[in-house]
Design a protein around this ligand. Structure first.
Ligand code: NAP
Length: 686
């Protein structure tokens, strides 16, 4: 099978320059990869002039919907990916992590974007900042999509997840993608990409796929482009140093080698649940994907008193691992991706052996079930032990990207922290312990060196997702040698493909640019109450002023009796005066809020379906008995949720008789669309 590329909305098949890719299981050639003949400047141009503008015409929600539709589409078409993955050495369980994990990542990005980003083309970061005394000049950070292309360079170990975790945030941001899979698993990536193309979800020019070399593409990148790389540190450095990338300050985010640590807490000896969880997790990490995981536990850091127990427990579990053909019944660990990779891992183990001794597994030999172990890239899990980790270097810097881990003892918590941090920055570390004092100290000690820290104990044991499972809403990436600390997960991962710009101007101008109404911007004072208006017809800036009402001492006392809130500031004049904040008894903040609702709420059945919360509530001035209050209710922003309804964010401002703001907050309601405004039905039989 010749692996094809997809460029300029057409499948391209090279005629020469092929690299053979062999099955990890039996060594037969399963694919040939080449990108010879592709015009890379034309590929970039197609994305920049076609895909980019098409994506930027859509809102965040529309782009997130495309990602969700893709997830649903792929969910029904996984089997072929599973079949092909066997030849990369992956078991069905490994393929699940790759394929299903990738699809779950799409779902997660799509729903996060819909929840946290507006249904608009501009994203906002932070609130409006007043920049003048009279309030006629303000500033706000906006984020807009880069107008270039996102080049995604992926590692071989997760051809599906690796591609999808990058594609989703870029597309949601509004930036077209060029996906470049690693050659050893490019045939799986191509099968996935065929499905993406067949889904016909994405606009022309927004998705391209280059199997094989990227030729001179990276030499033509500029400051509107972004590269997201996953792979080894050496490749990442070579690419980051390319003149065009340096000169044009091309955004370059890297996920790369990581010597992740797992630490057993000082109070978690044999017999504790945390000890068992620790040992189990190491075995899971070392055997899943035959240890070819960026998150794999490379260093198991153990209290010196229990290092022998940990070694024995690990050996006893690893003896049950069945290495072999991933298609064969009972096999629990497959092969490395290629014999070349296995040779590389063996060479790295030899380096590690200068500081550590092999205590389990023969790096040179394994009996592989259902396979000819000379043709396939099989290898035994290997455990090394380094008794002086603080005097060692290689165990903290040499990554054997296979089923390999090193156990090492620590004497004190400070030592445990120092050992973990010798990795010079990792994607993830996990801490197994139940003693709050020591666990907290370890976590705070290692946090600056890690993108993610997982704490496992008996309380979360059943539901925790494991050392190796970054979840899309959270940070994926790490500082230092792991890449540099830029994160790929969550909304920040989407922002990586956008420019954050500080816009300064009048509050009115900032409101129109940002798409969100803010105080000081133009108000459209409505003749009708906004609660009578269906979702589509409300617009940011639509405003309603309520009549005024007095707050009496009787109201305050009634409220205190009714709710039981008899706090001294409301009930005892002398005590209230003793507070630095009050001149005497004040109305409850909750009473003021309730009266505000009483002033603006419409009792009749109508488009407002539910109030689902307040945000940013501040009581800014006391309300004294005898004061009069009125409310301004303004539509700040709205976001469609379902065909039947959408979310309206209202800016609520409560004033006193002197027009001084006494309280403000955002109110969130769900409002029906025109066709779904509820109506009273006649009782049956009438
Ligand atoms: P790699 O050899 O560094 O390759 C990574 C990617 O870079 C591949 O797609 C490769 O393509 C491409 N590449 C190599 N030279 C290039 C060039 N001159 N121009 C453009 N692209 C180029 O890494 P790998 O062997 O695939 O993956 C294993 C490594 O990845 C391990 O070190 C592991 O720690 C790391 N990794 C890290 C993470 C993470 O999240 N931190 C995740 C997974 C893997 P070709 O295959 O076509 O050469």
């Amino acid at each position: 099978m010749n692996v094809r590329s997809y460029v300029k909305d057409t499948w391209f098949e090279a005629r020469e320059g092929f690299v053979d890719v062999c099955s990890a299981v039996d060594g037969r050639v399963v694919a040939r990869v080449s990108s010879n003949g592709i015009d890379f400047t034309a590929v970039l141009d197609h994305a920049r002039t076609g895909g980019g503008p098409a994506l930027r015409r859509l809102t965040f929600h529309e782009r997130a919907d495309m990602i969700k539709r893709l997830a649903l589409y792929l969910n029904d078409r996984k089997q072929r990916l599973y079949e092909l993955s066997y030849d990369t050495g992956a078991t069905a369980k490994d393929a699940f992590v790759d394929v299903d994990g990738g699809i779950m990542t799409l779902f997660s990005f799509a729903s996060k974007a819909r929840r946290e980003l507006p249904n608009a083309r501009v994203a906002l970061d932070g609130a409006i900042e007043p920049l003048s005394k009279a309030g006629t000049f303000a500033g706000r950070h906006i984020l807009t999509p880069l107008q270039g292309v996102a080049v995604h360079i992926n590692a071989y170990n997760f051809p599906c997840w690796g591609m999808l975790e990058k594609l989703a945030p870029a597309i949601i941001a509004g930036v077209p993608v060029i996906e470049k899979p690693a050659t050893p698993s490019a045939y799986v990536a191509q099968a996935l990409f065929e499905e993406i193309v067949a889904s016909e979800i994405f606009p022309k020019g927004s998705i391209q796929f280059v199997a094989g070399s990227l030729g001179d593409m990276l030499d033509h990148l500029n400051g509107q482009d972004a590269v997201s790389f996953t792979g080894s540190r050496s490749t990442s450095v070579a690419l980051q140093e390319k003149p065009a990338i340096v000169l044009n300050a091309v955004r370059f985010v890297a996920e790369r080698d990581s010597l992740n640590a797992a630490i057993l807490g000082p109070d978690s000896g044999p017999g504790t649940p945390e000890f068992d969880l620790f040992v189990k997790e190491i075995v899971r990490e070392v055997t899943t994907k035959a240890g070819q995981r960026c998150t794999c536990i490379r260093r198991a850091v153990v209290p010196v008193a229990w290092i022998d127990d940990v070694e024995r427990a690990l050996v006893s579990r690893l003896e049950r691992v069945v290495v072999g053909n991933p298609r064969s019944e009972g096999v629990t660990m497959g092969a490395l991706v290629s014999t070349a990779q296995r040779d590389d891992v063996r060479a790295r183990i030899a380096e590690l052996q200068r500081e550590a001794a092999v205590v389990y597994g023969d790096p040179a030999h394994v009996e592989a079930v259902g396979a000819d172990d000379t043709a396939g890239a099989f290898m035994s899990p290997v455990v090394l032990r380094c008794d002086r980790p603080l005097e060692a270097d290689r165990v903290h810097s040499v990554e054997a990207f296979g089923p390999v881990t090193t156990i090492m003892p620590y004497q004190s918590i400070d030592d445990a922290v120092a050992i973990a941090n010798r990795g010079e920055g990792s994607l993830v570390a996990s801490v197994f312990g139940y003693d709050a004092r020591s666990v907290d100290e370890i976590v705070l000690g290692i946090a600056p060196f890690h993108g993610r820290v997982l704490v496992v104990d008996r309380d979360c044991a059943k539901e925790q997702t494991g050392h190796g499972s970054p979840l899309a809403p959270l940070v994926h990436g790490g500082p230092g040698r792991a890449g540099g600390g830029e994160e790929m997960g969550g909304v920040r991962g989407i922002f990586h493909y956008m420019q954050r710009t500080a816009v300064q101007g009048s509050p009115g101008r900032i409101a129109t640019i940002s798409g969100q109404w803010n105080p000081g911007a133009k108000e459209r004072v409505l003749a009708r109450h906004p609660f009578e208006i269906a979702f589509e017809d409300l617009q940011p800036g639509d405003t309603f002023y309520t009549p005024a009402r007095e707050v009496t001492l009787e109201d305050v006392e009634h409220f205190a009796r009714f709710t039981g809130d008899a706090f001294y500031a409301h009930m005892d004049d002398a005590a209230a005066k003793a507070s630095p904040f009050f001149d005497g008894r004040v109305a409850h903040g909750y009473l003021v809020l309730s009266f505000a609702a009483g002033l603006f709420v419409r009792p009749e059945l109508g488009p407002v379906l539910a109030n689902y919360g307040l945000e940013g509530l501040r009581f800014l001035q006391p309300v004294y008995p005898g004061d009069t209050m009125h409310v301004r209710l303004a539509v700040k922003e709205k976001a469609p949720r379902k065909p039947e309804y959408g979310e309206v964010r209202w800016s609520v401002t409560i004033f006193n008789q002197n027009d001084v703001v006494v309280a403000q907050y955002d109110l969130l309601t769900m409002n029906a669309t025109q066709a779904h405004v509820p109506v009273l039905r006649a009782p049956a039989g009438v």
